[in-house]
Write a protein that binds this ligand. Structure first.
Ligand code: IPE
Ligand code: IPE
Ligand code: MG
Length: 280
């Protein structure tokens, strides 16, 4: 029997919170999260770091579901950085095992709920079993039209920029591109995040005030929200608080506050066009 869809599973309180957050249409279109603090969460409870990673997976489940229910279109989760390969072998193994388990267990439910799975990073560095299930999941969900869930795995922002430069250099050498044509938009189209709008909101848990090599190019004008909460304790309530904080901010993109306040709001036509253009 098919399980009830996420949209049918919400409590009254959830529905009210979602309604409150979606009024005015100022929710972030793309939310990116640096999921940090699993190890400290475990250590504070005299548990193994692995227990923190395991509990962190529950947060992933809740935040994915909440994003879908709320109508956030793009969610990007920093799950494993390229630098994380330097961790003790045993911890890396646990993380890879949990990732594989998450994908195997959740794939059907993600699919039934219209989630399109996507991944960025040096994916061929992942163990074969993880790589295979990841590809299977992306293939299976590629035509879904709900939440676009991007997992950053073996990811490094500098690596992606470097890779883009190499690809561009190849195209210039082959005569496909001339140096004058390398605009910001063209450059971004060579990044693995091409097709995703820039993140509106970046959340980092565990209180650390750094980007740790996450989406370096794409976060130029992202709003940043840092919470002391450790990732295993970051659930929908904390997520909704981050959304409220985001919605209370004024995004000026270099302009003055007075200019932003008097800007005409988008016409219905522009909104419809935006809905068809993921880069808008
Ligand atoms: C985040 O938690 C998970 C990954 C980076 C893979 P950490 O494992 O970094 O937890 P802390 O920062 O050591 O507490
Ligand atoms: C950032 O967390 C990477 C992920 C959340 C996957 P880290 O725990 O690796 O970051 P640093 O080393 O403290 O900057
Ligand atoms: Mg950490």
């Amino acid at each position: 029997m098919m399980k009830r869809l996420w949209s049918e599973q919400q409590s009254q309180q959830d529905i009210e919170q979602c309604q409150e957050l979606t009024i005015g249409g100022r929710l972030p279109k793309h939310c990116a999260i640096i999921m940090d603090g699993n190890g400290r969460w475990a250590q504070e409870r005299s548990k193994q770091r692995a227990a923190g990673h395991e509990e962190g997976m529950e947060s992933v489940r809740d935040i994915v579901k909440a994003s879908s229910q709320l109508g956030v279109k793009y969610l990007t989760l920093y799950a494993f950085s390229m630098e994380n390969w330097k961790r003790p072998r045993q911890e890396v193994n646990v993380l890879m095992l949990l990732l594989e388990r998450y994908l195997r267990q959740e794939l059907q439910e993600l699919h039934e709920n219209g989630v399109r799975l996507n991944a960025i990073g040096k994916l061929n560095a992942l163990p074969k079993r993880v790589f295979n299930i990841l590809h299977e999941a992306m293939e299976k969900t590629k035509n879904n039209e709900g939440l676009v869930l991007t997992l950053a795995l073996s990811y490094s922002g500098r690596w992606d920029v470097n890779r883009a430069v190499q690809l561009i250099a190849h195209d210039v050498r082959r005569g496909k591109l001339s140096p004058e044509d390398i605009t910001e938009e063209r450059f971004a189209s060579y990044l693995q995040t091409s097709g995703l709008p820039d993140p509106d909101l970046v959340i980092r848990t565990s209180g650390e005030m750094r980007l740790s090599n996450f989406l370096l190019w794409e976060t130029a004008y992202s709003e940043i929200y840092i919470t002391e909460c450790m990732w295993p304790e970051f659930r929908r309530e904390q997520y909704f608080s981050a959304m409220r904080d985001y919605m209370s901010r004024e995004r000026r993109f270099g302009k003055t506050s007075a200019q932003v306040k008097t800007e005409p709001s988008k016409t219905v036509f522009q909104k419809v066009m935006d809905a068809f253009n993921p880069l808008s």
